[in-house]
Design a protein around this ligand. Structure first.
Ligand code: SF4
Length: 255
């Protein structure tokens, strides 16, 4: 399937799951109000209304977040406080959407990939441009050739630039634009690198699973995700399309 068509179908899946999640949560919240209403009067005459107001506020929050997200993705419209939409999406809607998607039989890969696609669109809309020193290219360890013995985690410049893996091209990209480049073996090291470099935006390469969890872990720091290619399966001698990475870099870099 062409990349543009794939992107559209992933977006459609995400929108469908968000809409389903919204209906489910709103129905549950409405039920939560109706059921105690029958008995709450016996505790205090005002108790049903207090509970109703609380649940009504929650229901409005879910509706606002879902509609805000749908408008942001489909149309160039923003509801009030639209900047918070990415946060509510990442923290609240995505976990629920994942559960619903799994229950409906969608694969984890489809669900996570659709989330990454929509996250990228929200990040592109939300963010401006930054100086090179505030942009971090964060790479997974599996891009390094599995037979290479150089230790890149502490210093990516230990690479001898032999050209046997994408690290050579990534170092050239770093040198051309002056951005930060780091290789992480896991979430803990990635967090340490982020604290050390203090970027305004991370352009991260990883598989769908690590990207999805990384985007959620890093929030509120924005992460633009680029999926790696896995010609030998997960975690072994993976690759990345450097032209896509460079295009993302140019989008966030001050002219
Ligand atoms: S380019 Fe060569 S030296 Fe550098 S990490 Fe890859 S295999 Fe190792």
């Amino acid at each position: 399937m062409p990349e543009a068509a794939q992107g559209t179908s992933r977006k459609r899946l995400f929108i469908g799951l968000i809409a389903g999640t919204c209906v489910l949560v709103c129905t549950l919240l409405a039920l939560l109000w109706i059921v105690p209403y029958v008995g709450l009067r016996n505790i205090h005459p005002a108790a049903p209304w207090v509970l109703g107001l609380l649940l009504g506020a929650l229901l409005l929050l879910v509706l606002w977040a879902s509609l805000g997200l749908l408008f942001s993705v489909i149309l160039p419209w923003h509801l009030p406080l639209a900047k918070r939409v990415r946060g509510v999406t990442v923290k609240l809607l995505v976990p629920m959407m994942s559960l619903l998607g799994r229950a409906l039989g969608f694969s984890k890969e489809d669900i996570h990939t659709s989330f990454i696609k929509v996250n990228n669109e929200l990040v592109l809309r939300e963010l401006g441009r930054f100086s090179a020193s505030r942009i971090l290219l964060l790479m997974p360890h599996c891009l390094q050739n599995s037979r290479c013995e150089m230790r890149l985690t502490h210093d990516v410049d230990n690479c001898k630039r032999c050209g046997k893996c994408p690290i050579t091209g990534l170092l050239e990209l770093r040198d051309r634009y002056g951005v930060h480049l780091a290789v992480a073996t896991g979430g803990t090291i990635a967090r340490r690198i982020v604290v050390d470099k203090r970027p305004k935006v991370i352009i991260a390469v990883a598989c769908y699973r690590d990207l999805s969890s990384g985007i959620q872990d890093a929030y509120p720091l924005p992460v633009y995700g680029v999926l790696n290619d896995r010609p030998f399966g997960p975690c072994l001698d993976t690759t990345v399309a450097l032209d896509r990475l460079e295009a993302a870099l140019q989008r966030f870099l001050l002219a």
